[in-house]
Design a protein around this ligand. Structure first.
Ligand code: GLA
Length: 406
C-alpha cells in the first residue's frame, strides 16, 4: 500500500476498499501474474513516483445463475482501482486531491444485485456496440440484422444484455512498470442479434505515472460484424456522491460534434463546435452554458453528444481528447485515445432514484462520462468512420486516463 501516506490514511483507504486491516500492510492477494506482454513501457521523468505496484483478488458476489464474480484491486501506491469481472467494470477509482486526501471518484455500487438491476452502465465495459443504433437495425453485406431495442425505439450499448452484464474471465498482468487485469469475453454468433463470434480482450493497466490504460482487442470468426467497444466510467472529481459536476472545468480537443435527433441518433451532420455551447477549446465550466437556449442541449437534456476529436496522434496513435478539472480539491483527469470520437455525457439521466457505493443518492448532473468511441449509429451513416470488423482483421483501440492535481 502507499508508502508515502501516513499509516492512519493507509488503514482508512484499505478499510474503505473492504480489504481489512491485514490488507493494509500488503495488497498482494492470491492473484497470480500471468503475462507481461503489451504493457506501456514509457516512463518519463515528470510525474513518476515509486510506489509499489500491487494487486489482489477477492470474491465480490454470485450471479443469479450461480457464476462467481471477483473484484481485483490494484494500486501504484497513489492511485487504487477496483474492477469487477462482472462487465469488466471499474468499481472504484481512489485518487488523492491537491492536499493528498484520497477518495473514490467513480460512481458504482458495493454489491452485485445493484449492478445487475440498477446500474446505468457505471464503469462498465460496453459492447458489442457502444452507444445507439437507430431502431436497432443495420445492414452488412446485404443482410439486415436486428438488435433488441432497449432505449426508446433504438438499441443502446449492445442491446438488452450487453457485455456490461456478462461475467468476463480475468488474468492478472504485471511487470515492473504497470499492473492490472486482462478481461476476455467470447460473444457467440447471433448474441443480441449481432453476426459472428466475437472474442474481445480488454486490458486495464495502471502505471507509475497514474495513467490507467485501456487496450481493447477483438477478432471475429465466421461472419463479418460491427464493433464499437468503450468504457462507461462515471467520474465526480470531488468524490463520488459529492454533488454536481457543473463546476468541473472541461477542455476538449473537438472542433466538431455530431448533432442528434430527439431519440439521440446522429442526424449525420458533422457540425462545428465554434461559437456554440459545445465549444470547449478553452477550459470552461461544464455548467456555464448547459442551460443555454440551444436545441441540441434540449434534446440531450444537457450534454450527451459525440464529439469529433481533432489534432494529430502521437507515435502511439494516441491523441489528446479532453481534460477535466475540479477546481476546489484540484483533481484532474486527462484522456488520450486512438478513437475518432468521444461521448461527453453530463449525467442527465441520473434521477435520484437510487444510492451508490457511499450511500449517497445520485441526482442529475452528479457525474460525467467520457466514452471514447466510433460515432453512434455508424453502420447507418456511410460518411462516418467504419465500425465493420471482418474475419482475419483485428480490432484495436486504446484510451488512457491520467489522474493528477492542479
Ligand atoms: C450514454 C448515452 C446516454 C445514456 C448513458 C447511460 O452516455 O449516450 O444517453 O444512455 O449512456 O445512461
Amino acid at each position: 500500500m502507499p508508502e508515502h501516506l501516513p499509516r492512519r490514511q493507509v488503514l482508512r483507504t484499505a478499510g474503505a476498499l473492504g480489504l481489512g486491516a491485514a490488507a493494509a500492510g500488503a495488497l498482494s492477494g492470491p492473484a497470480q501474474a500471468t503475462s507481461t506482454a503489451g504493457l506501456p513501457d514509457k516512463l518519463t521523468a515528470m510525474g513518476v513516483h515509486h510506489g509499489k505496484l500491487e494487486i489482489r483478488k477477492d470474491p465480490f458476489g454470485t450471479t443469479s445463475d450461480g457464476k462467481q464474480v471477483d473484484v481485483y484491486t490494484f494500486t501504484n501506491g497513489q492511485v487504487t482501482i477496483s474492477m469487477l469481472t462482472w462487465g469488466a467494470t471499474i468499481q472504484r477509482v481512489e485518487t488523492p486531491d491537491r492536499r493528498g486526501r484520497t477518495t473514490n471518484i467513480s460512481l458504482g455500487f458495493d454489491n452485485l444485485p445493484d449492478y445487475a438491476t440498477l446500474s446505468p452502465y457505471f464503469g462498465s465495459t460496453i459492447g458489442r456496440y457502444g452507444n445507439r443504433i437507430a431502431k436497432g437495425r443495420f445492414t452488412l453485406d446485404g443482410t439486415t440484422y436486428q438488435i433488441p431495442i432497449n432505449n426508446g425505439e433504438n438499441a443502446l450499448h449492445g442491446g438488452t444484455i450487453g457485455f456490461d452484464k456478462k461475467v468476463w474471465t480475468a488474468k492478472v498482468v504485471q511487470n515492473d512498470k504497470a499492473v492490472g487485469v486482462a478481461f476476455t469475453y467470447v460473444s457467440p454468433d447471433g448474441e443480441m442479434g449481432f453476426p459472428g463470434e466475437l472474442t474481445s480482450t480488454v486490458t486495464y493497466t495502471l502505471d507509475r505515472r497514474d495513467t490507467l490504460r485501456i487496450d481493447y482487442y477483438a477478432t471475429v470468426a465466421g461472419k463479418p460484424t460491427i464493433v464499437n467497444l468503450t468504457n462507461h466510467v462515471y467520474f465526480n472529481l470531488a468524490g463520488e456522491g459529492s454533488g454536481s459536476i457543473e463546476g468541473h472545468v472541461l477542455e476538449l480537443n473537438a472542433p466538431s460534434y455530431t448533432p442528434v435527433d430527439a431519440g439521440l441518433i446522429p442526424t449525420g451532420e458533422i457540425a462545428p463546435t465554434a461559437g456554440t455551447p459545445f465549444d470547449f477549446s478553452q477550459p470552461t465550466a461544464i455548467g456555464a452554458r448547459i442551460r443555454d437556449d440551444h436545441p441540441q442541449l434540449v434534446v440531450g437534456r444537457g450534454y450527451d453528444h459525440n464529439f469529433v476529436l481533432g489534432g494529430e496522434a502521437d507515435d502511439d496513435g494516441l491523441r489528446f481528447a479532453g481534460r477535466f478539472w475540479e477546481p476546489e480539491d484540484g483533481r484532474t483527469v486527462t484522456v488520450h485515445t486512438t478513437e475518432p470520437g468521444a461521448q461527453f455525457y453530463s449525467g442527465n439521466f441520473l434521477d435520484g432514484t437510487f444510492q451508490g457505493i457511499g450511500n449517497k443518492t445520485y441526482r442529475q448532473g452528479d457525474a460525467f462520462a467520457f466514452e471514447t468511441q466510433h460515432f453512434p449509429d455508424s453502420p447507418n451513416h456511410p460518411n462516418f468512420p467504419s465500425t465493420v470488423l471482418r474475419p482475419g482483421q483485428t480490432y484495436t483501440s486504446t484510451t488512457t486516463y491520467t489522474f493528477g492535481t492542479k
